[in-house]
Design a protein around this ligand. Sequence first.
Ligand code: NAP
Length: 436
Amino acid sequence: MRQIAIIGSGPAGYYTAEAAQKQWGDEVRVDIFDSLPVPYGLIRFGVAPDHQSIKGVSRRYEATSLSNNVRFVGNVMVGRDVTIAELQELYDAVVLATGAPHDKKTGIPGEDLRGVHGSAAFVGWYNGHPQFAELDPDVSGQNAVVIGNGNVALDVVRILAKTRAEFHGSDIVNHALDQLDHSQVRKITVLGRRGPHQIAMTPKELGELGHLERANPHVDPADLPPVEEDAALDPGQRKSVALLRGFTEIPAADREGKSIDVEFDFYAAPKALLGADGKVSGVEIERTRLEGGKAVGTGEIYTVPAELVVVCIGYQTSPIPDVPFDEKNGRFANEEGRIRPGLYCVGWARRGPTGTIGTNRPDGFAVIEKIAEDVGDGAAKPGGEGFDRIASERTLAVVTFDDWHKIDEAEVARARDGAPREKFVAVQDMIDAARS
Ligand code: NAP
């Protein structure tokens, strides 16, 4: 019997549990820990609330959780309630599937001004993450700037641009919906430090911007490389660039009556966030040009006004004491998922924040191969029974998968019209629902 602890119940964690089941069937026991009382990590707190079909993947994780040899161990913070060293005593393998929950910093002056938010915080706010429920972003100004040219930047633009009606069927939390109802944002500038050929936006997500009720996307035709150069792009990127080209050709009649402008500003590197009285008021930008694929400053400086700035330039993993960390790449130092025998990482904690949800599946299977090499038939460790003893000694309020079902039912029951659920945003409310 092998005993495996997985830390993190997002896609990487669940695909690893599924891989363990496929590899060993009944000869493995898996405990999936999460610091929150609710499972699914990025699916619940990262995937945009208006992308419900993507969230449907959680049904697959539920199937994994309902099997006899996998347990969800919620509301247990590894590092606070139990240490990695203790888990390594109890389990043959400990797998860090902790994702990349922290924002990368731009390192430019003004990042701490009020009104400047990292995407982890802003996305967490509209997705009801307990840590960010109180963020209270100020949407009373007319100008927002979104820094970054990835899919998270697109999510943020959509959330700022959509009408209440367009959120029908989404699980955006009520506190965000209510605040966005009063939004005065009329212009959203999207800053890319490189050009249209270098965007990290995928076609489906970029295409959505062309179909919003009240928002007009704008691209300066002068920023687009000659069309024949698109042939060298991979097919997905070519589609995305074609969409940007399409945005330059939207007929004036189709733009009429739309109150929000989404301006793509390419070759635009933020140099400083400007402020007055501790509150952001604008972004100082340096025009760039590409040299060998890299953005280099041209010395041309200009400013755009901004009362709200959302920095969407990628994420990093949280370091854990005594676990080697790769600072440069913002992930655990590892070789193909092995940190050291007995301790592993998967998903964004292994690779950094890249790829789609599905990319985590092969990751999970690959790490199980490493574990199989290292642990053989298992060392007769106590696994979950040992953890349960610690939990009882420390009176930890562990939330099980059955408890999660109660939280789930309560969230579904209190959903507004057309919404799949209304999430609890306070940990205590989740626990109360679990115990009811
Ligand atoms: P990302 O795809 O890595 O994009 C980050 C963007 O930030 C890039 O355009 C990058 O430009 C820019 N950037 C980085 N450092 C910068 C700096 N110092 N100043 C200005 N710009 C900077 O990251 P993400 O958008 O956070 O997405 C993370 C992952 O989640 C991606 O794999 C993404 O596809 C995925 N995701 C998918 C979906 C979906 O499929 N619907 C939704 C959300 C996220 P450079 O290229 O110049 O570095």
